[in-house]
Design a protein around this ligand. Structure first.
Ligand code: PPS
Length: 286
């Protein structure tokens, strides 16, 4: 049985690759720069997809960067100890990633012009994706069953804490010029328009060929077969590749094959309660 989590201020983190003193220092001391570009998400929301989009927009559609440099070197997860060390020493332009809830994010960000792309996804699919992903690693606790993971997810007793708290925290940035919210579902439904939206947000104008090349290189099939993107290069101590893959199904609505009718009703009730007060139709899955 994999052991429990590393806890910091009520938020569970994986207990390997993370240190309390780093997470505290990221919040209190790390200086975000105006030029930084940050991909933010609750884990399993399509983070890697957006990283790939941002990276290939940056290179004007040239895939050589994402094909030759592992993901965690070109857009480090800042809250990991290795990522933090790397981002601190990175030269501009800095691209990095985070699953941190807003209260643990670098305080300096909130007075900066750094650009954040916050990707979100139907939490039912986030839950389903997380169930499969987290059992590939031995540094978070494993549920015995889907039912148990379902309960943990609703309690926020999973890595990075409650999905509901995460989204509420970051929604406070909605409408700010340097904050772009995009959903996994939007990416799926119209990847061309989504890439154009992201490139406009980043202040990049792509020509038709460049845009087509971005679209080609961020497809599920291409990313799945790119060892720099698909996590297959992660050492065994971080991921047991025989138990699952980052690029699992890449679809919308897989939760329907996992939730029972009763679970679906329970989820809907909790969702309704926790998301009360937000404008109707804010998210495409509603
Ligand atoms: S992580 O480890 O938390 O950063 O994971 P994250 O990247 O946020 O989420 C992984 C899920 O995103 C899917 N994915 C994609 N779907 C469609 N197209 C592309 N290009 C793509 N890239 C990643 C991936 O398959 C995981 O979802 P599931 O439902 O598990 O397949």
């Amino acid at each position: 049985m994999a052991s429990d989590y590393l806890w910091f201020e009520g938020i569970p983190f994986p207990h390997t690759g993370y240190r309390i003193e780093d997470i505290r220092s990221i919040r209190d001391e790390f200086v975000v720069r105006d030029e930084d570009v940050i991909t933010l998400s609750y884990s399993k929301s399509g983070t890697n997809w957006v990283i790939e989009i941002v990276s290939t927009i940056h290179t004007n559609g040239d895939p050589s960067w994402v094909q030759s440099v592992a993901k965690w070197f070109h857009s480090q997860w800042i809250e990991t100890s290795a990522g933090y060390e790397c981002v601190k020493n990175m030269k501009e332009p800095r691209f990095y990633t985070s699953h941190l809830p807003s209260q643990l994010f670098p305080k300096s960000f909130f007075n900066s012009k750094a650009k954040v792309i916050y990707v979100n996804r139907n939490p039912r699919d986030v839950l389903t994706s997380g169930f499969y992903y987290w059992r590939t690693v031995n540094y978070v606790k494993h549920p015995e069953t889907f039912e148990q993971y379902f309960e943990w997810f609703l309690q926020g007793n999973v890595v990075f804490g409650s999905w509901f708290d995460h989204i509420h925290g970051w929604l406070q940035m909605r409408g700010k010029e340097n904050f772009l919210m995009i959903s996994y579902e939007e990416l799926h439904q119209d990847i061309r328009a989504s890439v154009e939206k992201i490139s406009q947000f980043l202040g990049k104008k792509l020509g038709p060929e460049e845009l087509n090349s971005v679209l080609k290189n961020v497809s599920f099939e291409v990313m799945k077969n790119n060892k720099m993107s698909n996590f297959s290069l992660l050492p065994d101590r971080f991921m047991d590749h025989s138990k699952g893959k980052l690029m699992r199904k890449g679809v919308i609505g897989d939760w329907k094959h996992h939730f029972t009718v009763a679970q679906s009703e329970i989820f809907d009730k909790i969702y309704e309660k926790k998301m009360a007060g937000l404008p109707q139709g804010l998210f495409p899955w509603e």
